[in-house]
Design a binder for this molecule. Structure first.
Ligand code: 5AD
Ligand code: SF4
Length: 463
């Protein structure tokens, strides 16, 4: 590592960030890039060109640690190749949830790693880079500091946009729910919410730069209780109302929600706030009361059905997506059937399903009655077949409907434009560039493999 250049704030150093995992990590990677800019780091696409590489990791499912070590081996080779050409070696940082959970182990097994930092300490990254440069050794920072990173991160240099029309905005982090299978409460720490003023300021900047749809992010986003600047706290519904008042912001989404935190104000918001999209990711994990209890989810299958019923009463066109785990310790055939029944009862437009995999340090990992892998495979297969059927039926049902489509860019064929439906389905129409950024009603005429085709209905009004 080269001290002089690290301490200089002006010389350009090249940064490459590798991001695994959820949208939250994508967001964090962008913010890490932002905090390193004042130190002279600018992002590059090729890892081989980088003076510093951040590996932003995800721990939620299996074999995360092994994947990290194999990636670190690859980065070390790249760094060696650079030094052979007379460059400084690559500064390597490991961030994210694996860093949080296995920081010591990483430094022990991969001593060439310079920096290990947990998701709560990104705002300290510049200091760590400087400290690592001075010490010439490795630094580790995986605390949960009393101050939250939201208080310390600078404003996003550039909004995190996808084509500048849709963007993600983190408003909440961490989780206090302690589901039996999940590492998040250990890796991301306690639930914290970002203050309302800071969320609104970032949202306004996004909208000014052209963003029309914002997805609010958080591990438990509907547990949001950000400081309202008035000695109180704001709910997600309250925040969404304030966001909807920003002229130009047309669509609001949020994920991921917990069924226990769907309160009446949020249900009402789906009825009253036109910007709230009628598509909700609401993980249920299992449809068996016994397993839900073992998972420490804090609700029954019927309570989930009831939340869904109330949401659909408020917003009849609401569609749901969910997460499922098959083979949680103790899951019997009967429990699994209860999950299948819940899926039939609720009907999902989309879903993510996983075989249970033990995460070290979580309560479920130590439980007896682990389910056999072959049983898990068979159950996952059946569950996914049912969910696929539902997803196909949902998409097929779009044909003949008129839906507001937010146009985001050109399609693959000349003269074709593409956008997204309220349910995040890609929609193609014949049209011209002036559609980009507009929300226009579209009559869906065709269901394609992974998208929908339609025709513009400009004469119709569109919310
Ligand atoms: N095994 C399998 N799936 C898991 N998930 C979280 N932890 C585990 C685990 N140990 C799934 C849950 C969660 C999603 C993000 O990942 O379904 O909602
Ligand atoms: Fe994990 Fe449960 Fe918290 Fe979701 S609610 S992040 S599954 S502990």
């Amino acid at each position: 590592m080269h001290e002089a250049t690290l301490e200089s704030g002006t010389e350009t150093r090249k940064l490459h960030v590798i991001t695994w995992g959820c949208q939250m990590n994508v967001y964090d990677s962008a913010r890490m890039t932002d905090v390193l800019r004042p130190l002279g780091y600018s992002p590059v696409d090729e890892v081989e060109d980088a003076d510093m590489v951040i590996l932003n990791t995800c721990h939620i499912r299996e074999r995360a640690a092994e994947k990290v070590f194999s990636e670190l081996g690859r980065l070390r080779k790249i760094s060696d190749a650079r030094t052979a050409l007379g460059h400084d070696r690559t500064v390597i940082a490991v961030a994210g949830c694996v860093a949080q959970a296995e920081g010591e182990e990483i430094l022990a097994r991969a001593p060439y790693v310079d920096i290990v930092l947990g998701p709560q300490t990104y705002h300290r990254l510049p200091e760590m880079v400087a400290r690592a440069a001075r010490a010439g050794g490795s630094v580790i920072d995986t605390d949960f500091p009393a101050e939250t990173k939201f208080d310390f991160l600078p404003d996003a240099a550039a909004p995190q946009t996808d084509g500048n029309l849709t963007a993600f905005l983190t408003i909440q982090e961490g989780c206090d729910k302690f589901c039996s299978f999940c590492v998040v409460p250990y890796t991301r720490g306690a639930e914290t919410s970002r203050p309302v003023v800071s969320v609104l300021a970032e949202a306004r900047r996004m909208v000014e730069s052209g963003v029309r749809e914002i997805t609010l992010l958080g591990q438990n986003v509907n547990a949001y209780h950000g400081d309202d600047g008035d000695g109180g706290s704001e709910t997600l519904a309250g925040l969404a109302a304030k966001l909807a008042a920003i002229p130009g912001l047309i669509r609001i989404r949020y994920m991921t929600s917990h069924p226990r935190d769907v309160d009446q104000s949020l249900i009402d918001a789906h009825r009253d706030n036109a910007a709230m999209m009628p598509f909700l990711h609401l993980p249920v994990q299992s449809g068996s009361d016994r397993i839900l209890k073992a998972m420490n989810r804090g609700h029954t299958a019927d309570e989930y059905r009831d939340v869904v019923r109330r949401l659909r009463e408020a917003r009849p066109d609401l569609a749901l997506s969910s997460d499922f785990i098959v083979g949680h310790p103790g899951e019997t055939e009967q429990d699994f059937e209860a999950t299948m029944q819940l899926i039939r009862d609720v009907g999902f437009a989309q879903a993510f399903s996983f075989k249970y995999s033990p995460r070290p340090g979580t309560p479920a990992a130590g439980q007896p009655f682990q389910v056999d892998e072959t049983v898990k495979d068979a159950r996952l297969h059946r569950l996914q077949a049912l969910l696929r059927e539902q997803q196909d039926a949902f998409n097929a049902d779009m044909v003949g409907r008129v839906m507001p489509v937010l146009f985001t860019g050109r399609g693959r064929k000349p003269g074709q434009m593409t956008g997204r439906s309220p349910y995040l389905q890609p929609v193609h129409v014949d049209g011209s560039d002036d559609l980009i950024g507009q929300t226009v009603p579209v009559l869906i005429t065709q269901r394609l493999t992974n998208s929908l085709g339609g025709t513009l209905q400009r004469e119709r009004a569109c919310a």
